[in-house]
Design a binder for this molecule. Structure first.
Ligand code: ADP
Ligand code: MG
Length: 346
């Protein structure tokens, strides 16, 4: 969720990506059935005749969510959805979820059950069973840990981050930048409230972006779409940290470069309106914001027409690694695509 990619540990500022990369370097998979370990949206293990696709996420109060403006039911929904998105990014639909909670002293049973209303709604909407978890208490904030998995019989249907090829086209679902701007609106209203406790939040004009932030949806419909049209993307990732950062994950894993066009990045009209009001560049929000939970994938160019016809956006193409990762601006100037990830929360 909406954390920046550093973790404060006493005097150390840890960069999450370099930490994970170091852990990965020291990991050797002993068992042949563990087909994909660290480095993708989910891990893949062969169990009998099927391939288990499994992912895990931890969310902590004050880092990933703020209970002053996040209704618990929405938090429950989003905790499930953000995990579903990681399984969808493997071209698989999840079936099972386990949820562990560390409950803070300021929460009572009703609060926890309100959180579960959101969990159950997401499970119902996405056809998932809650099959377990763990419950403990927390001396600090509310902490949520989710494990999710699905399975696939056909090994070749699973899509990874490290298989994009030069010449593939880069596509995205949906639109970008809304969730980040929704967060800015909620933070703004919180600050107004802290200074003027008698005031009421004014959110009426911001439904679209606030909903993108508080009640995102995962694109399992795209898994169905690919199946129906017999399309297999050459690589895929879910966009939880902004287009820049997540496209660069595909490029570095696949050892390729890319060119994308700023003019092709889809941004909703409501997002543009809010960006103008807050004096934030909507493209910065789309490229470097987070939590849109859309999918970014690469495909063979033969699928171009069908994908455009069905409303997907083509951002550009995969290039050679030595060409680097670039963004082409409106004036045709080519700039290096700098990975900024989530930069809002300290
Ligand atoms: P996403 O943003 O898609 O949830 P992450 O950036 O959280 O992905 O994780 C990237 C990869 O690193 C995944 O394969 C994940 O399982 C792995 N990973 C993250 N943290 C750890 C950790 N502490 N130990 C081992 N693997 C980790
Ligand atoms: Mg992911």
């Amino acid at each position: 969720m909406n954390e920046k990619k550093t973790t404060t540990n006493k005097n150390n500022i840890i960069n999450e990506f370099s930490l994970i990369s170091q852990i990965k370097q020291q990991t050797n998979l002993i068992h042949k059935n563990n087909i994909k370990g660290i480095g993708d949206d989910a891990a893949v293990s062969k169990i009998g005749d099927e391939y288990l696709v499994v992912s895990k996420d931890m969310l902590t109060e004050g880092i990933h969510f703020d209970l002053t403006y996040t209704p618990l039911k929405h938090l429950g929904y989003k905790s499930v959805v953000s995990n579903i998105s990681d399984i969808a990014a493997m071209n698989v639909k999840p079936k099972s979820i386990l949820i562990s909670l560390a409950i803070s002293a300021k929460m009572n049973k009703d609060h926890v059950m309100e959180f579960y209303k959101g969990v159950f709604l997401a499970c119902k909407n996405y056809n998932i069973d809650l099959i377990g978890g763990d419950t403990t208490s927390s001396l600090t904030g509310f902490t949520i840990s989710v494990t999710i998995f699905g399975s696939e019989k056909d090994k070749n249907k699973i899509v990874y981050r490290d298989t994009a090829k030069e010449g593939d086209l880069i596509f995205v679902t949906g639109d970008f930048g809304g969730a980040y701007l929704g967060l800015q609106i909620l933070e703004r209203e919180k600050n107004i409230f802290l200074n003027h406790p008698e005031s009421q939040p004014v959110l009426d004009n911001y439904d679209y972006v606030v909903e993108r932030q508080l009640k995102p949806e995962a694109r399992t419909d795209i898994v169905d779409f690919f199946k129906k049209h017999k399309i297999k993307p050459t690589s895929m990732i879910d966009v939880s940290d902004g287009i820049s950062s997540d496209l660069m994950h595909i490029c570095s894993s696949s050892r390729v470069g890319c060119d994308i066009y700023i003019s092709k990045i889809p941004v909703h009209t409501e997002t543009i309106k809010v960006a103008q009001e807050l004096n934030i560049n909507e493209m910065t929000s789309a490229l470097n914001g987070g939590e849109d939970y859309e999918l970014l994938f690469t495909v063979n160019p033969k699928h171009l027409n069908l994908l455009l016809e069905k409303g997907f956006s083509s951002l550009g193409a995969i290039r050679k690694e030595e060409d680097g990762c670039n963004i082409i601006l409106e004036n045709q100037e080519k700039k290096s695509l700098i990975s900024m990830g989530w930069q809002n929360k300290i």
